[in-house]
Write a protein that binds this ligand. Sequence first.
Ligand SMILES: [Zn+2]
Length: 130
Amino acid sequence: MRNETDKGAVNVGRHRRSCTICAHEKCADVEAGFVNWESPAKLAEEYGLADRTTVYRHAHALGLFEKRKRNVRAALERIIEKSGEVEVTASAVVAAIQPTRRSTLRDTGLSAMSMSTCCAAMLTNKFPEP
Ligand SMILES: [Zn+2]
């Protein structure tokens, strides 16, 4: 739990007093959805919140962005799950993961090429020769 007062940090106590998600009976579900890469707009709609900025504000205050960035597996699972419904190309996959790629590469030690190749291979069932 954070309660930082340095520049740019959020005062969690102040946030909790005015946040509709913190007071929401399904707060844990909203947080789990955010960390699992569900759309903030859809979460807002599903849980009766004002809009997606409410979700982003809560996520920022409680440090959920870092948890979400580390949870790339969930994002990839969502992409793979959708791959049966739409035509997915390797370049589309690479574009889809672009926003998280830098932090993922840092966290996992994967090279950009190996991650892109792996994602494309999962979707096309064409794995490169070892
Ligand atoms: Zn909150």
